[in-house]
Design a protein around this ligand. Structure first.
Ligand code: GRF
Length: 214
């Protein structure tokens, strides 16, 4: 039933391929959710055009129009609330969230990072992995807290690095794993019972459809 689905707000800054894959997973019922709004902090983000063309509600809220991170975040949170968003998915959103933003959606913000955290946080994670010479890298979906690429981990997928791997080659192989990882994380977090113990996200048994609260 449409009304029992979780409402996702997806934040992007660029291409938006993770956002697109989340939208498609919602449409094919791979995750029990719908995308209520896609917000970009950049008007020229290609993903925002795709989302609008796909019939989704969209908004561009440029950080340049605000005096502080907090003021920009307040505008974004206001827009998410107006769209009835339950869960916020950061998908290539190139902004650190203020504490106020994180506290507005406690344990309800997810981010994807293109490395196996805690390795290689921050920018250019694929290049960092190649430069370090690791043989295996991957991607991580985690709950967002006030620190960069830091919150409890929900899902990870790994990928072996090839001897002749270029950064572009690695990015293009990894993005496929990212799409799978985000959908897997959302599916688990929305369909299973879970709790955070210390840094660990502990999943309990899948709730059967009959027992699932409505
Ligand atoms: C992805 O690699 C994601 O992990 C990182 O930024 C990139 C965004 O790609 N945070 P896209 O916009 O989802 O295509």
């Amino acid at each position: 039933m449409e009304s029992s689905k979780a409402v996702l707000g997806v934040l992007i800054s660029g291409r938006g391929s993770n956002m697109k894959s989340i939208v498609e997973a919602c449409e094919s019922d791979d995750i029990p959710a719908r995308v209520g709004i896609v917000i970009s902090n950049r008007g020229d983000a290609p993903g925002i055009g795709w989302a609008a063309g796909h019939g989704l509600d969209t908004a561009v809220i440029s950080h340049r129009d605000f005096e502080s991170r907090e003021a920009h975040d307040r505008a974004v949170v206001g827009k998410l609330r107006a769209a009835g968003v339950d869960w916020v998915c950061l998908a290539g959103y190139m902004r650190l969230l203020s504490a106020e933003f994180v506290q507005a959606f406690p344990r309800r913000i997810l981010n994807i990072h293109p490395a196996l955290l805690p390795a290689f946080p921050g920018l250019d994670a694929q290049q960092q992995a190649l430069d370090y010479g690791v043989r295996v890298t991957g991607c991580t979906v985690h709950l967002v807290d006030e620190k960069l690429d830091h919150g409890p981990i929900v899902a990870q997928r790994s990928l072996k690095i090839r001897d002749d791997e270029s950064v572009e080659g690695l990015k293009s192989r990894l993005i496929i794993e990212e799409h799978r990882c985000y959908v897997e994380a959302l599916s688990r977090i929305l369909e299973e019972q879970w709790d955070v113990q210390g840094r660990r996200v502990i999943f309990e048994k899948r709730i059967s459809a009959a027992r699932r609260p409505h």
